[in-house]
Ligand binder design. Structure first.
Ligand code: FES
Length: 73
Protein backbone atom coordinates (compact mmCIF):
# COMPACT_ATOMS: atom_id res chain seq x y z
CA UNK A 1 0.00 0.00 0.00
CA UNK A 2 1.22 3.49 -0.80
CA UNK A 3 1.19 5.78 2.25
CA UNK A 4 2.42 8.93 0.55
CA UNK A 5 1.27 9.49 -3.01
CA UNK A 6 3.41 12.57 -3.57
CA UNK A 7 6.61 10.66 -2.84
CA UNK A 8 5.33 7.16 -3.68
CA UNK A 9 6.31 5.83 -0.26
CA UNK A 10 5.19 2.30 0.46
CA UNK A 11 3.92 1.30 3.88
CA UNK A 12 6.55 -1.40 4.27
CA UNK A 13 9.40 1.05 3.69
CA UNK A 14 7.84 3.60 6.01
CA UNK A 15 7.41 1.04 8.80
CA UNK A 16 10.93 -0.21 8.37
CA UNK A 17 12.28 3.33 8.54
CA UNK A 18 10.09 4.22 11.54
CA UNK A 19 11.65 1.28 13.42
CA UNK A 20 15.15 2.66 13.05
CA UNK A 21 16.48 4.06 16.34
CA UNK A 22 17.52 7.34 14.75
CA UNK A 23 13.98 7.89 13.45
CA UNK A 24 12.19 9.85 16.18
CA UNK A 25 9.83 12.18 14.35
CA UNK A 26 7.52 12.02 11.36
CA UNK A 27 9.89 14.33 9.54
CA UNK A 28 12.69 11.81 10.10
CA UNK A 29 10.72 9.13 8.26
CA UNK A 30 10.57 11.31 5.14
CA UNK A 31 14.16 12.47 5.46
CA UNK A 32 15.55 8.96 5.91
CA UNK A 33 13.61 7.87 2.83
CA UNK A 34 15.03 10.76 0.83
CA UNK A 35 11.64 12.45 0.60
CA UNK A 36 9.97 15.57 1.95
CA UNK A 37 6.42 16.47 2.90
CA UNK A 38 4.56 18.06 0.02
CA UNK A 39 0.74 18.16 0.29
CA UNK A 40 0.71 16.74 3.84
CA UNK A 41 -2.29 14.43 3.38
CA UNK A 42 -0.21 11.46 4.48
CA UNK A 43 0.97 13.03 7.74
CA UNK A 44 -1.73 11.50 10.01
CA UNK A 45 -1.09 8.02 8.60
CA UNK A 46 2.67 8.46 8.82
CA UNK A 47 2.38 9.66 12.42
CA UNK A 48 0.28 6.60 13.28
CA UNK A 49 2.87 4.33 11.66
CA UNK A 50 5.62 5.93 13.71
CA UNK A 51 3.66 5.58 16.97
CA UNK A 52 2.90 1.92 16.19
CA UNK A 53 6.52 1.22 15.32
CA UNK A 54 7.81 2.79 18.50
CA UNK A 55 5.12 1.15 20.66
CA UNK A 56 5.93 -2.28 19.31
CA UNK A 57 9.62 -1.81 19.88
CA UNK A 58 10.26 -2.32 16.21
CA UNK A 59 10.04 -6.09 16.12
CA UNK A 60 6.39 -6.44 15.18
CA UNK A 61 6.57 -3.54 12.77
CA UNK A 62 9.63 -4.99 11.08
CA UNK A 63 7.86 -8.34 10.70
CA UNK A 64 4.78 -6.66 9.24
CA UNK A 65 6.97 -4.62 6.92
CA UNK A 66 8.64 -7.77 5.69
CA UNK A 67 5.24 -9.44 5.14
CA UNK A 68 3.89 -6.40 3.33
CA UNK A 69 7.00 -6.11 1.18
CA UNK A 70 6.70 -9.77 0.22
CA UNK A 71 3.02 -9.32 -0.64
CA UNK A 72 3.78 -6.27 -2.80
CA UNK A 73 6.28 -8.16 -4.97
S1 FES B 1 0.68 12.38 0.07
FE1 FES B 1 2.48 12.59 1.25
S2 FES B 1 3.10 14.63 0.93
FE2 FES B 1 1.38 14.38 -0.34
Amino acid sequence: MIVCLCNVLREAACRETACRPECRTVGCVYRLLGARVRCGRCLPHMAALLVEAKASGGGAAAALAADTAAAER
